[in-house]
Design a protein around this ligand. Sequence first.
Ligand SMILES: [Zn+2]
Ligand SMILES: [Zn+2]
Ligand SMILES: [Zn+2]
Ligand SMILES: [Zn+2]
Length: 365
Amino acid sequence: MDIVFISDDENQAEFDKYFKEMPWKAIPFSERERSLKLGEIFKVESIPSLIVLSPSSDTLTSHGVEEVESLGIEALHLWSQGKSPFWMRTPNEGEPVWNNIVCTQCHMRPLVGRRYGCSHQECNINLCEACMSKNTHKHPLVEYLFPEHRYSLKQLFASVPYLLAPNNEGQLETNSLWKNGVKSIGLYFSAHWCPPCREFTPQLVKFYKEAQDSGHPFSLVFLSSDRDVTSFDEYRAEMPWPAVPFNSLAVLEDYFQCLGIPSLIVISTDGNILTRHGCDQVSRKGVEALKTWVKGEKLPRPPADEFEWSHISCDKCHMTSIIGQRYHCSTCSNYDLCSACEKKGHEHPLQLIPQPNDDDDNEHS
Ligand SMILES: [Zn+2]
Ligand SMILES: [Zn+2]
Ligand SMILES: [Zn+2]
Ligand SMILES: [Zn+2]
């Protein structure tokens, strides 16, 4: 098969340097207009992008890059026979659709229906239900949980065979997290390599012990984003609460889709999310946050004039995290004012931004 390089390089020198690596043809840099036009015709939104055409110029696939990534040379063999390795099936009503996930075995994309995988960090596999029944993978497989569904704690932790007790005192039953009338549990996503995590953990330890000593034992569990077992073991030694074993994290990590660490997600025992912003709330309210969650309750929303807009600063007085009302200018790009500065006026109309609502968490927005 033929491959043509269509460059998005900035100048001739960049183009020449890059094209030297490629054993196929290219549209010359001088015909940049033509390259851009092709990008438009094939609706290329990001690069690298590999579009495979049949001799009759029908599109065989627009996912060439992913197909090579998941099948290697096999993808090229299939294309040369006029076939595309990825295939689709229409979901039945209520069936989950896993965007951007490909079945490692049959290459259904997106994977539709039940999805299975391996918890071992080094195995990166996804199987559909049909392939699961025929699998010969060397480790036991786990079923993923669909982020848009709600599950009980028992279902959420079904892939976690046991917990590691603090202080290296062996194993605990997974359900010890929610036994004895516990009303909520905290999932602490963190890693030793992450400086903000290392800074936050001692605070959390302090408040955890304080809550415990005052008769408000908060149920907490560590979910590691560490890169290897050694740093995982080292890090969890600092924590007086149990940890999910290093090779049992995949399902929970995938389900909660934390965008950053440290992250403390608090869920009630009936599976509702009390907050996804546990770290902020602990920083703000200290042990009071834990004492509230122990009761299975959400923290009351702070009064509007106490709310802290973390990482949003006032562009006039440069208060680093605006506290209280936040006003936004949609004419200037990225311009926010605190309420004191808003009163002094601004040349464009300003909009009062409503305080984000933790209840939105349950909508997964
Ligand atoms: Zn499959
Ligand atoms: Zn495996
Ligand atoms: Zn200000
Ligand atoms: Zn403005």
